[in-house]
Write a protein that binds this ligand. Structure first.
Ligand code: ZN
Length: 153
């Protein structure tokens, strides 16, 4: 199986069975995001416990890439510190905009490398980056007014 078809399979599988696809009642951050170019919509919930992303979930409508990217994102950042999660999000933005040497980073990216092909399709970059921008916004302390329930300790 070629790398391209393996990556395509990962994206299709995450689209069919998105991870962490649910409303979170006890989240302390919530962000709505959309990508008008494609019609993708996303609500992201994050539960911060101290500095740790204790839980993260999303719901939304959109194309396979937007949904798979959000699913991969939640799986990648759950349990990480906020700083680690932001670092991954910035790394992914570089990947999606073609600024990263994918061959060098393939191993550390793991299944996130499945999104590397998106950089070849400028129309789809925003589909894939929406979830990562939403994550950065949710973790930004300046967006603490996004708190919807409980309190970020
Ligand atoms: Zn899309």
């Amino acid at each position: 199986m070629s790398l391209d078809s393996l990556y395509q399979e990962i994206i299709l599988e995450h689209n069919r069975k998105p991870r962490n696809f649910r409303v979170m009642a006890d989240a302390n951050r919530r962000i709505d995001a959309n990508n008008p170019l494609c019609g993708d919509q996303l609500t992201l919930w994050v539960k911060l416990e101290g500095d740790r992303v204790a839980d993260v979930s999303f719901q939304g409508l959109g194309c396979a890439i937007s949904k798979a990217s959000a699913s991969l994102m939640t799986a990648a950042v759950k349990g990480k510190t906020a700083a680690e999660a932001v670092a991954i999000a910035r790394h992914m933005n570089d990947l999606l905009t073609g600024k990263l040497d994918v061959d060098k980073e393939r191993e550390s990216l793991g299944s996130l490398a499945a999104l590397s092909g998106v950089s070849r399709f400028p129309m789809r970059v925003k589909c894939a980056s929406m979830a990562w921008h939403a994550l950065e916004a949710a973790l930004d302390a300046n967006n603490a007014e996004a708190v919807v329930a409980g309190s970020a300790s």
